[in-house]
Design a protein around this ligand. Structure first.
Ligand code: NAD
Length: 470
């Protein structure tokens, strides 16, 4: 018998944590998965990626049905039964979290529900419904994620002031919604509520929406939502919100000033890691002032038998990064020589149109001093995009012009989030423009735009006329 209760204890059951626990169990480890909430899946499955995508699908169908009018097919105004819609969203979440609980059982992973904190270098204490339990471990994997940043001076506690979790609860469809923060969460939820009938205003602190993303990728989205939303205020902040019986009064400062009443306000100004909430010091694990835990490429913290993965180890705070890191940590715990060596991690905003990017951005490539080559194929020249009447986006591939290797990509348009995977694979495989352009893509598809963007860079494209430079 081992001197410890478990070979591997995983703290937190989000996409990083449950992946780590399942992989460790598959490698023959005795595993405990400690989660404070009754359901597995963390923010992503319960109050993040999954419910938001269920609602974004509803938004997309409403928009698409309305757009059919100009093709001669009218469906009339949608009737929205919000309870039924919420029920569907909840059923999606339940199906997935239930599936996880089943898979944990099949793998003989011990799921322990309760808030877990370290109480020693090989010990976690869990506040369970049946009292305090102390579990000992040989290795631990910290997968405690992040939480929404709360802006100071806001009337938190008033149900009309929401973070992303509150917005996904879909308690009502407000007449006027203010979204504070023009990042991914803010713009995805704005998209949902606008389609459901809210008049939406977005306030963003910086000069552009989705800062850090190439501005040309964001432009088609901005153009579309500028027509649909009540207002988009850039370089503006919300100084304060006053509570009134008939709404929340927001005071703006910056480029846009004044005050306005809204029925609800969503604050989505970023997320902050939970590293400071687990008493990591008692295990000797160092946590930065901001709550991050630093790790090496094997996901080891400064304490060699304690690992950390996911949002708590740094940006980008994305589920697919966390799950890959979780596998690495589990494999290292089981004695394998794994390391996190992914070249790139794709990002997707599931807005309408979708925006996806991977590898270096064009701005980063140009700043790096590389000889940059760009191949850009507009969806206005794609037969498939014309057929579905969504021609406002494009596919852009970024090359190191000296080696002709792809180093980045960005796509704006329908299904961009699915299309970007090919670009990620191309970067991982060290593909050159010719490899992409000479790969036969089915016609007519949106995926052709990836090959054609490579052809634009190569100068071999025939679906566009690009005059030769003299
Ligand atoms: P974010 O960092 O993407 O965006 C926050 C935005 O708020 C930024 O544009 C920022 O400039 C702005 N901002 C900051 N302070 C402000 C203020 N006082 N007033 C107005 N604007 C302000 O953060 P998010 O949208 O909250 O998302 C959080 C995290 O979750 C991100 O790391 C993101 O990667 C992740 N996430 C990913 C997805 C996805 O992959 N589709 C979806 C949701 C969230």
């Amino acid at each position: 018998m081992s001197e410890y209760d478990y070979d591997v204890l995983v703290l937190g059951a989000g996409p990083g944590g449950y992946t780590a626990a399942f992989r460790a169990a598959d490698l023959g480890q005795r595993v405990a998965l400690v989660e404070r909430f009754p359901e597995l899946g963390g923010v992503c499955l319960n109050v993040g990626c999954i419910p938001s995508k269920a609602l974004l699908h509803t938004a997309a169908v409403i928009e698409e049905a309305a757009s059919m009018e100009k093709h001669g097919v009218s469906f009339g105004e949608p009737f929205i039964d919000i309870d039924k819609l919420r029920g569907f969203k909840d059923s999606v979440v339940k199906k997935l979290t239930g599936g996880l609980a089943g898979m944990a059982k099949q793998r003989k992973v011990d799921v322990i529900q309760g808030l877990g904190t370290f109480s020693g270098a090989h010990e976690v204490t869990v506040e369970t419904a049946d009292g305090r339990k102390t579990l000992t471990f040989r290795n631990a994997i910290i997968a405690v994620g992040s939480r929404s940043l709360e802006l100071d001076g806001m009337p938190w506690g008033d149900p009309r002031l929401m973070d992303s979790t509150g917005a996904l609860e879909l308690e009502e469809i407000p007449l006027r919604l203010l979204v504070v923060g023009g990042g991914i969460i803010g713009l995805e939820m704005a998209c949902v509520y606008q389609a459901l009938g809210s008049k939406v205003t977005v306030v963003e602190l910086t000069p552009g929406l989705m800062p850090g993303t190439d501005p040309d990728l964001v432009k088609p989205l901005q153009r579309r939502i500028s027509k649909r939303y009540e207002a988009i205020h850039l370089e503006t902040a919300v100084k304060r919100i006053d509570v009134a019986d008939d709404g929340l009064l927001a005071h703006f400062e910056g480029k846009h000033t004044g005050k306005e009443m809204f029925d609800r306000v969503l604050v989505a100004v970023g997320r902050t890691p939970n590293g400071g909430k687990i008493n990591a010091e008692s295990a000797g694990v160092e946590v930065t002032d901001r709550g991050f835990i630093l790790v090496d490429s094997q996901m080891r913290t400064n304490v060699p038998h304690i690992f950390a993965i996911g949002d708590v180890v740094g940006q980008p705070m994305l589920a697919h990064k966390a799950s890959h890191e979780g596998k690495v940590a589990a494999e290292v715990c089981a004695g394998e020589k794994s390391a996190f060596d992914a070249r790139v991690i794709p990002s997707v905003a599931y807005t309408d149109p979708e925006i996806a990017w991977v590898g270096v951005t064009e701005a980063e490539a140009r700043e790096s001093g590389l000889k940059v080559g760009i191949g850009k194929f507009p969806l206005a020249a794609s037969g498939r995009a014309i057929g579905i009447d969504r021609t406002e986006g494009f596919t852009k591939l970024i090359f190191d012009a000296s080696s002709k290797r792809i180093i980045g990509a960005g796509i704006t348009g329908p299904n961009a989030g699915d299309l970007i995977s090919e670009c990620a694979l191309a970067i991982e495989m060290g593909a050159e423009a010719g490899d992409i352009g000479l790969t036969i893509h089915p016609h007519p598809t949106l995926s052709e735009s990836v090959a054609m963007a490579a052809e634009v860079f190569e100068g071999t494209v025939t679906d566009l006329y690009i005059p030769k430079k003299p």
